[in-house]
Design a protein around this ligand. Structure first.
Ligand code: GLA
Length: 740
């Protein structure tokens, strides 16, 4: 059992293979957080010496002990308005004048298996791998029962957290803040590493030492956003890829969020993460339940790579579900950058012919196939096939495409409505809008109010009826604007603060229904590329379009930032045309292949514009990808370079260390450069490895062929490899090494 209650010390301890998490029930019922870190035995309350800190007050029952303050002791789930002046986890008010939150321990239970939430996605238990601790707390004055939930995945070194809030009193409670978790790290010097960006430049990593005060990341956009990802790492100031304490926290949520970190007067650090409280409020009627999104936590003392590998494995195994979670993904060709809106039966047929000739598995028809959709100003909501573009209907085209040996995929954006659409004309009140105010348009479109049951049904029916009517193997589910004018015509004024979260609840219900009803359909999430790249989406859709930027050099930092938490099976990556449509940069086809082949792989170009040589090269890329797909999907991933290096290098190593694929791509070339020297990682030091294949891309000067070279694992790990300088425009090299 990985969860222990020590009745004498009043501690609750969660042990995973390499970590320990401990809390203590203190008199008169406060739940203290004692420790989260590498595995440690015993009761860790000795770490906290009573310390009378001026202006840090004392709870009523312990006012004689000046050193006992909620303001200086680590808290498990911080209250508000009760003498802890650091970040609160919970804030509420009631009609009787209760303001703030003060929680006391009531009871706890320990159970086999993993808890689930009734309204939100959570990590799942594949059978016997998780246990659940529920600690029940109560705010007596407000009549609120709070259940802190902990899922302990012992082997995976992951602890999940969520909170159930139940109105067990007789008056309405207004929740003003309801965080998923609070995590106090009382000792140490910590850096914060997070992933920020913008449309077409998502998840750029930034690391900085925590300053005194509050800092954080978040989104007010109703989506997890391009700008910040709901994942951050607190790592020791001197932690590297290979060593040092690192703690990762990820929200399983796709809406507005806040992850705030405070370094306080004692240099103690608190992380509070959950739904953004700005614009949020929730009326909890007597008897009602509110669930917070789940937070995933993992800790390692072995550096950033080990932390990333844990998250990647956990998301692949315990967040992704359904038959596609562990299946090889089809190589697809998407019509977007080939045709944009200029799509019709003839065009898609010709793209499909080209795709079939290249050997791809799946043809995806992107935007432009429905209603009057000839540009991005109209027709979202009118999900019927355009009869001018498809005179014989969509079914006939799909049949032809399937006869070419391809399966068929379709793009939809069902959460949206254009003002110029039959749907909007029929149901103007279905769009999010503030009464009396002209709404803000994003890409000339409005957002459907998914907090309404009838809209939820419409979105479900839109996609379900397409899947019932046609043999569709794949859906690209897009979402092309941030929420604004967040107000629902269906909710009373005092409940408007619930709209944005209710939108997510509606969306998750739709995704749940569709993925259960059509388990064989592969769904790919998308939001203008990676604007909703999060574990909430991955709980339903096992892959997400990583970025609308398909330039391989821009993709290096986007995919690398994404790799800090997300598995490569989730990162959709395509080879597109050169010059690139987003940056105008020209890159070698081989380099584009190297970069895209580290994700759910595909193409985003017009095969009709390729030369015969390029077609041959693409056929070879696809063959190579198929061969290495198991290694890329389930192998361990290592980052071998820092963002400031002139190159980006990475490695996949098979779980049994039998082979490794090493890739290096130059971000920029220099004259008279040093040879490239890197140490490989993750290999068996006792074995020998042979370079069985060497591929280069875009190299202006020939690179000596190293295939056939045999080297001891210990030499590759400690001495490393030295590669000749690569010259040319964005050249790259890829080596496949196999254990002898
Ligand atoms: C978004 C997506 C693109 C494409 C377009 C279609 O920008 O990210 O891949 O599907 O919409 O309008």
């Amino acid at each position: 059992m990985s969860i222990h209650f020590d009745a004498k010390a009043r501690t609750l301890t969660l042990n995973t293979a390499h970590t320990t998490y401990q809390m203590q029930i203190a008199e008169p019922g406060h739940l203290l957080h004692l420790y989260y870190g590498s595995r440690a035995e015993g009761c860790l309350d000795y770490l906290y010496l009573p310390h009378d800190c001026g202006f840090s007050p004392n709870p009523y029952e312990r006012h004689t002990e000046r050193g006992w303050s909620l303001d200086t002791l680590p808290q498990e789930y911080s209250g508000s308005n009760g003498g802890d002046y650091r970040l609160p986890s919970l804030a509420l008010s009631t009609d009787s004048g209760v303001v703030g939150a003060e929680l006391r321990y009531v009871s706890h239970t320990i159970e086999e298996g993993k808890y689930a939430l009734s309204s939100l996605p959570t990590a799942w238990d594949r059978g016997g791998e998780a246990q659940t601790l529920t600690v029940t707390l109560r705010d007596e004055a407000a009549g609120l029962t709070v259940e802190l939930l902990y899922g302990v995945y012992e082997e995976q070194d992951v602890i999940t957290r969520a909170v159930r809030l139940i109105n067990s009193g007789s008056q309405t409670i207004r929740l003003e803040r309801a965080a998923s978790a609070c995590l106090d790290l009382p000792f140490g010097r910590w850096d914060m590493l997070h992933f920020h960006g913008r449309h077409t430049l998502e998840r750029q990593s930034e690391r900085r030492e925590l300053m005194v005060g509050t800092q954080g990341i978040g989104s007010r956009r109703g989506t997890s956003s391009h700008q910040h990802n709901p994942f951050l790492i607190l790592c020791e100031h001197d932690a590297t890829e290979d060593h040092g304490d690192c703690c990762g926290a990820m929200l399983v949520y796709s809406g507005s969020f806040a992850m705030e970190v405070e370094r306080d007067q004692m240099d103690s650090v608190r992380l509070v993460a959950g739904i953004a409280d700005e614009g949020f409020s929730w009326q909890l009627l007597p008897g009602a339940l509110f669930e917070t999104p789940e937070l995933l936590l993992s800790f390692t003392d072995s550096g950033l790579t080990a932390l990333s590998q844990r998250f990647q494995r956990f998301l692949r195994r315990n967040i992704c579900r359904g038959p596609w979670a562990e299946r090889p993904r089809p190589v697809l060709l998407n019509s977007w950058e080939a045709a944009y809106f200029d799509i019709d039966a003839e065009r898609i047929r010709s793209i499909a012919r080209g795709a079939a000739d290249l050997g791809v598995d799946l043809l995806v028809m992107d935007d432009g196939w429905f209603g009057e959709r000839c540009d991005d100003h109209r027709a979202l909501g009118d999900w019927t096939v355009n009869p001018q573009k498809f005179p014989a209907g969509l079914g006939a085209v799909i049949d032809e495409i399937r006869d070419m040996g391809l399966s068929f995929g379709l793009w939809v954006e069902p959460e949206m409505v254009s003002e110029d659409s039959a749907l909007y004309r029929a149901h103007p009140d279905w769009a999010l809008r503030v009464p009396g105010r002209a709404p803000t348009l994003g890409r000339d479109q409005l957002v459907l109010d998914l907090s309404r049951a009838e809209v939820e049904d419409f979105v479900y029916e839109t996609v379900a009826s397409l899947l019932r009517a046609y043999p569709i193997a794949y859906i690209k589910w897009d979402m092309n604007r941030s929420l604004s004018d967040v107000a629902s015509r269906a909710l009373p004024p005092e409940r408007q603060g619930e709209t944005a979260h209710r939108y997510l609840l509606g969306l998750y219900r739709v995704m749940d229904r569709l993925t259960r009803e059509f388990p064989e359909v592969l769904f790919e999430g998308c939001s203008g590329g990676g604007g909703r790249f999060d574990a909430g989406i991955l709980a339903y859709f096992p892959q997400i379009w990583c970025s609308d930027n398909t330039d391989p050099i821009a993709r290096l930092s986007i995919q690398e930032g994404t790799s800090f938490a997300y598995p490569y099976s989730a990162i959709a990556a395509h080879v597109s045309a050169s010059p690139n449509h987003q940056t105008g940069r020209q890159t070698p086809l081989g380099t584009r292949g190297f970069v895209a082949a580290t994700g759910a792989f595909g193409y985003e170009l017009d095969p009709g514009r390729l030369t015969e040589t390029e077609r041959d090269e693409i056929r070879a890329q696809i063959a190579a990808w198929r061969e290495r797909e198991p290694l890329l999907r389930a192998g361990e991933h290592y980052r071998l370079s820092a963002p400031e290096e002139p190159y980006c290098a990475w490695q996949f190593v098979a779980a049994d260390q039998s082979e490794t694929l090493f890739t290096l791509v130059m971000r920029r070339v220099e004259s008279n450069p040093r040879p490239l020297h890197l140490r490989l990682k993750g290999l068996d030091a006792e074995a020998c490895y042979e370079i069985v294949q060497q591929e280069t891309a875009g190299c202006a000067l020939a690179v000596p062929d190293m295939s056939g070279t045999v080297l001891p694992g210990s030499a590759l790990l400690r001495g490393g490899v030295t590669l000749p300088p690569l010259y040319g425009d964005y050249p790259g090299i890829r080596l496949l090494l196999r254990k002898q």
